[in-house]
Write a protein that binds this ligand. Structure first.
Ligand code: GTP
Length: 123
């Protein structure tokens, strides 16, 4: 679903149960990174998604420079600090599973690992 401010208000009313959440960040839109970071933080504490794994995809990283990656890491420091591990599903995990994967949909790279990670938390 669209993630603009109008869409973000609407989509929370459109489901009965949530098995997982995928939030896609457009990395070419650095003017929206702060908003993306705030929204991801709100997802992590939203009781409607209690227990559901949350996958953040940093998309459009076709040829990421170190400078761009550094800027993303800086902007998303707070949420990156809340990730729970990219390894196989942890049965002992008490927290809501949350991970961030870099990807390029154009290059068809990165998102597969993210989807596999998410699927490992869905029964
Ligand atoms: N370079 C690049 N372009 C991409 C990638 N993924 C999608 N796009 C392009 O981005 C365009 C659409 O992206 P967006 O405008 O972000 O689409 P959207 O998220 O539905 O639209 P908004 O919610 O309005 O941002 C299309 O032209 C896609 O081809 C990617 O990984 N790399």
């Amino acid at each position: 679903m669209k993630g603009d401010s109008k869409g973000r208000c609407a989509w929370q009313k459109l489901f009965k149960a949530v098995h997982g959440v995928i939030y896609v960040v457009d990395c070419t839109r650095d003017d929206q990174w702060a908003q993306d970071k705030d929204f991801l933080e709100s997802l992590l504490i939203n009781p409607a998604f209690k227990g559901a794994p949350i996958l953040a995809i940093l998309n459009k990283l076709d040829n990421p420079t170190q400078g761009l990656v550094n800027r993303l890491n800086l902007q998303f420091t707070d949420v990156l600090g809340k990730t729970t591990g990219k390894g196989t599903r942890s049965q002992a995990l008490q927290k809501r599973p949350f991970e961030v994967f870099q990807c390029s949909a154009h290059r068809r790279s990165g998102y597969q690992n993210g989807f596999e990670w998410l699927a490992s938390y869905i029964d």
